[in-house]
Each structure stands twice: as structure tokens, then as C-alpha cells.
Design a protein around this ligand. Structure first.
Ligand code: ZN
Length: 427
């Protein structure tokens, strides 16, 4: 048993996850004390605990995390049709709709989306929150309320996402709003500098503010198949030149995925050297990109070049049933499955992208199913990571800060016949 000196054990805060399967296939009892894993012992050998879960048939994994969400837009696909199906159609539709969104509606939808993610296992969520002269900080106010209401159940990071421009005289109001949002409680500086009239200067505006306030940076780096729109090397150079160490995430990076392999490899090396993590968002980019092509590229970033260069990668769910993406199950395992199919990662690496990679991007401590690590855990009915990614069984127990926060069970009945076979047959 190993205990952290900063987390004193309270008898009523102990939890036993009995009979779980570990990622290497062995069975174990996992004891949790306070907010951390206290012991991983052979089945039946762990001491009694204040609370006990029988988890035969469940695989115990580090909890996933959602590194790139848009909770402020979630569940609006029905009200906000995207008539062209592409990014411009989504953006036009959304910008026309967003001033009409009420505080209560936004709180309701964002809470529902966050809890859906949590039920899937994501105990930490980073969401971008739009700010602008048309809506002021109203979306941020709603998300701050959601964060307060859910603070004991899920860690919510808020990225302030301003409109363009951020540069020149026309960008003054947006720059002021971005600063105001950070001072009002946003955690991370965001933005879409590639859409600015002066992208290079817009990168500097965002990085300078993050540096001044001591906050991380998370940019929508680009969402275009145009190979000429390539600002990732500029960001990497800027981060290295400034010695910025608060954490940088580059989201989407679609353009990197259509570069010649030697160019992608060179840029990936610059990204890795700058310590920039890249978040790939397969749902939204598969939906929005390459609509008019008969043999469409997949719209994902250059995952294998980034991995070969040693860069951190993560997988994000991005949009959830809104004009940018009409589908989605708020499940990191759905993202992992798409990283297998569309990104050609193997299932274990794909799970790593939505768990360890996602937590690293978000600046959260590492989780392993081992003594001393934070008890941020997902138990899912499966025998292996491969099966968990493939079946994405809804039968899950989610542990956050050492406490169970969600359990989903499944009942399936089949006729005729008196016995229902397991819906997740062993292979
Ligand atoms: Zn996004």
C-alpha cells in the first residue's frame, strides 16, 4: 500500500473495485483511498472498504478525458440547419442563431452534454466557449454556472474563443473581450487566428495574452484542406522564440494532413520540439471537410508523422449534434474508434489518444491503474482495450476523485426464448 502524504485517508472515503480485469488481462481488486489508488491486489485479498463494487467482467482503465468540446453549441442541430454541410455553412448558420440563445437554454444543453460525456467516462472536459460583440460574455457566464454546478462531478476547463479579427483597429473590441473573459474565469486562451486578416499577428495577440496571464493556449489552428493555409510552423516558431511553457494545444491541423510526407515530417518535428500537442477531431472534420470531392481526403491531421516525431497527440469529440456535426454520442470511445478507422491508429494507441494524451494536453496529472495515481477511472464491460474500443459497451462505472460519479447498466430482452444471450459476446 502506498499513500500520498497530501491526501489523508478517511474511512468513509475508501472504495474497492473488486474483480476487475486490468489492461494486461490479469484480474485484480483495486483499492481507492481518498482521491488516489491505494493498492492493486490479487482478487479477494484487498481489505474491506467503505464502499464496494463487484466488477467481474469489467475492464478497469484510466478514465478518458475530452480535450476539445463545444458545449455551448451542443444539441442544436435541429434548430440550426447547415444548408451546405460544410464549415462555412455551419459557421453562418451558427452565427445567425447564437444571439438568440437564452442563458437557461445554454445551461441546460451544456449540462446535458457534460453529463453525457461523464457517463461515457470523461472525468475532465475542455470546452471552447464563444465570446463576441454580439453575445458579449453571455455564453461564458452560462458555462461558469455549469462548471460551478458540476464541480464535484467533473473537471471543466473553459477556453475563451473570440471572433476574428483580433488584429488592427477592427479587432479592438474582440481583444478587449478576450482579456475580459480570461479575467472573468476562463482557464485557457483560445481563438482561430488563421481566419484573421493578419494571422501572424493574431497568433501573437493570443500567445502574448496567455503569457501575460500565465495561462495555457489552445487554438483552432486550421480547418481547411488548402495546403497553403499552414500556420502550424509559425506557431511552433513563436512558442520556441518566446520560451512559452504554459502548455499549447493546436486543434484540428487539417492542413498538415494534406502536406507531402517530407513537409509533414519536418513540421511535425518542429511541433514536437516546441512541445505543442495536437488534438485531432475526427467526427467534425470527417463531416465538414472535402464535401465537393469525388475521392475525398479524410480531413484529419498527419497523425503518424506527429507520432513519429514524438509529438503529443490527443483525440477530441469536438461538436456534438450541432450545425458543425449532426451526430455524436458524447463518448471518447467513439472518437477512438474513428481514430482507428479514419486515422489508422491501432486500438490501444487510439485509446491512449483519448485518455493519457487528452489529459496531457489539458495539463492534468498522469493516471495509471497503479498505487499512488489519481483515481480517475473507467470500468467498462470488456476483456481488453481492443474490445472496449470496438464494442464501446454502455455498461460503465465512472470514478472521479476517488468517488463513483456514474453507473450505466444495460437490459436487453430478446424473443422468443427464455434466456437473453449476452449482448457483448466473448470472442
Ligand atoms: Zn472546435
Amino acid at each position: 500500500m502506498r499513500r500520498q502524504p497530501d491526501s489523508p485517508v478517511q474511512p468513509d472515503r475508501s472504495l474497492l473495485l473488486a474483480g476487475v480485469t486490468l489492461a494486461d488481462g490479469t484480474r485484480a481488486d483495486v483499492a481507492v483511498e481518498g482521491t488516489r489508488i491505494a493498492a492493486v491486489a490479487p482478487p479477494g485479498t484487498a481489505p474491506p472498504a467503505g464502499e464496494r463494487f463487484e466488477l467481474d467482467g469489467y475492464l478497469l482503465l484510466p478514465a478518458p478525458a475530452e480535450p476539445h468540446a463545444h458545449l455551448d453549441k451542443a444539441f442544436t442541430a435541429g434548430q440550426v440547419p447547415n444548408h451546405t454541410g460544410d464549415l462555412d455553412g455551419a459557421a453562418d448558420a451558427w452565427l445567425g442563431y447564437r444571439p438568440t440563445v437564452s442563458h437557461a437554454d445554454l445551461v441546460h444543453r451544456a449540462t446535458g452534454a457534460a453529463l453525457a460525456q461523464l457517463g461515457s467516462g470523461a472525468t475532465a472536459i475542455r470546452t471552447h466557449v464563444e465570446i463576441g460583440t454580439d453575445i458579449g460574455l453571455s455564453s461564458l457566464d452560462a458555462l461558469l454556472e455549469v462548471r460551478r454546478a458540476l464541480r464535484s462531478r467533473v473537471d471543466l476547463q473553459l477556453v475563451a474563443m473570440p471572433r476574428s479579427p483580433l488584429t488592427g483597429p477592427d479587432g479592438g473590441d474582440n481583444r478587449a473581450l478576450l482579456r475580459e473573459a480570461m479575467l472573468a474565469g476562463a482557464d485557457v486562451v483560445g481563438g482561430c487566428p488563421y481566419r484573421d486578416p493578419d494571422p501572424a499577428a493574431a497568433h501573437e495577440v493570443c500567445l502574448d495574452l496567455a503569457a501575460e496571464l500565465g495561462r495555457p493556449l489552445d487554438l483552432h489552428t486550421d480547418e481547411t484542406l488548402d495546403p497553403e493555409v499552414l500556420w502550424l510552423p509559425h506557431l511552433a516558431g513563436l512558442v520556441r522564440a518566446r520560451g512559452f511553457t504554459n502548455g499549447v494545444a493546436a486543434s484540428h491541423c487539417v492542413s498538415l494532413g494534406v502536406q507531402p510526407s517530407d513537409v509533414a515530417a519536418r513540421i511535425a518535428a518542429e511541433v514536437a520540439a516546441a512541445g505543442i500537442a495536437v488534438i485531432c477531431c475526427p467526427l467534425t472534420n470527417l463531416f465538414l471537410q472535402a464535401r465537393r470531392l469525388t475521392a475525398p481526403p479524410r480531413g484529419l491531421t498527419a497523425l503518424h508523422a506527429l507520432l513519429a516525431a514524438g509529438a503529443e497527440i490527443a483525440g477530441g469529440g469536438d461538436n456534438l449534434r450541432d450545425p458543425f456535426n449532426p451526430v455524436g454520442r458524447a463518448d471518447p470511445l467513439e472518437v477512438a474508434s474513428l481514430l482507428v478507422l479514419a486515422g489508422h491508429l491501432d486500438p490501444r494507441r487510439a485509446f491512449q489518444a483519448v485518455s493519457a494524451g487528452a489529459r496531457a494536453v489539458m495539463g492534468l496529472p498522469e493516471v495509471r491503474v497503479a498505487p499512488g495515481f489519481p483515481a480517475e477511472l473507467l470500468a467498462i464491460r470488456a476483456e481488453s482495450i481492443e474490445e472496449a474500443v470496438a464494442s464501446a459497451s454502455p455498461e460503465r462505472v465512472v470514478i472521479h476523485r476517488g468517488r463513483p460519479v456514474s453507473r450505466t447498466t444495460l437490459a436487453r430482452e430478446m424473443w422468443p426464448g427464455s434466456e437473453a444471450p449476452s449482448p457483448w459476446p466473448r470472442t
